[in-house]
Design a protein around this ligand. Structure first.
Ligand SMILES: C[S@@+](CC[C@H](N)C(=O)[O-])C[C@H]1O[C@@H](n2cnc3c(N)ncnc32)[C@H](O)[C@@H]1O
Length: 272
């Protein structure tokens, strides 16, 4: 058993640790942001605004890239912010700490955070905005914080499996992570997803995290981004290796045509 996990299994159930260990990969997020920003502008982004930052793991890793890197994260729930301060911020050196800021607040009211190079809305968090007007207002806020140069990156999930009641499991060392689609309403595209966990030898913990989202489609989002004042949007799709397994390889390329599959996760970039 790995040391990281061993210390956790003895302690009480720490839901943010299990969440981060199961769904977050900040190294690949940062690599993706840097690569795509470079493709668009020919240089590297420095200042990141992490919307819906939760524990702020991404922004704390962002500033480790060097002394010119700054980050601000916004979340309206004090609980993950507290976890992030204790478990991520506290591990940074003093220069890195000075370049990170947690804001407890609503991303719909974030005008105070201007002049950033990149805004991220990852792990589909913006799908919580189910009304067109609310999502449009959010995109306008993001547009205002970018100035004339910058990129708004968001991820998106889709495909018929995302609308099908099911539970998918992924085994990790000492525990199993479950992604459950509890319901999908085709009238308004509202979907309820739950994250469940089961530690070895313990009963399953249901709805440790639960999300009530609207499954916006990629073209709907592009239209809204345009209405919010973004000049251009780029749709990405995951590449595959030249073997027969049809599995994505974690590399994303810009495209205007893709082959649909049962379930997909991809990215959109929007620029001024
Ligand atoms: C799916 S979690 C994502 C956490 C983290 N960004 C990640 O990638 O794992 C969604 C987060 O959005 C926050 N949130 C939801 N509505 C919000 C709002 N209107 N303004 C700010 N944060 C919000 C929640 O508190 C929660 O931490």
């Amino acid at each position: 058993m790995g040391q990281k996990f061993a210390s956790k299994v003895e302690s009480t159930f720490d839901k943010y640790w299990y969440y981060e260990n199961s769904v977050q990969n900040t190294e690949s997020d940062i690599e993706f942001i840097n690569e795509k920003f470079e493709e668009i502008y020919g240089d590297q982004p420095r200042k990141l605004r992490e919307d819906f930052c939760g524990t702020g793991m991404l922004m704390c890793d962002w500033v480790k890239q060097g002394k010119n890197y700054r980050a601000v994260g916004i979340d309206n729930d004090p609980e993950p912010i507290e976890y992030g301060k204790t478990n991520h911020l506290s591990k940074l050196n003093s220069s890195e700490k000075d370049r990170v800021q947690y804001i407890e607040g609503d991303v719909l009211d974030s005008k105070k955070v201007n002049g950033v190079d990149v805004v991220t809305a990852f792990n589909f968090s913006y799908l919580c905005f189910q009304e067109r007007e609310t999502l449009l207002n959010y995109f306008k806020e993001v547009r205002a914080s970018l100035g004339d140069k910058g990129v708004f990156f968001m991820d998106l999930l889709g495909g018929p499996e995302c609308q099908t009641e099911m539970e998918e499991k992924t085994k990790h060392e000492g525990y199993t992570y479950f992604w459950e689609c509890e319901s999908f309403n085709p009238i308004n595209n509202e979907v309820i997803y739950n994250i469940n966990f089961k530690r070895k030898g313990e009963k399953k913990r249901r709805k440790v995290f639960s999300y009530r989202w609207r499954l916006w489609s990629l073209p709907e989002l592009r239209d809204l981004l345009k209405d919010a004042g973004f000049g251009n949007t780029i749709a990405y799709w995951e590449d595959e290796d030249d073997d027969d397994d049809e599995e994505g390889n974690g590399e994303f390329y810009a495209t205007e045509h893709a082959e649909n599959c049962d379930a997909w996760v991809t990215y959109i970039a929007a620029t001024p």
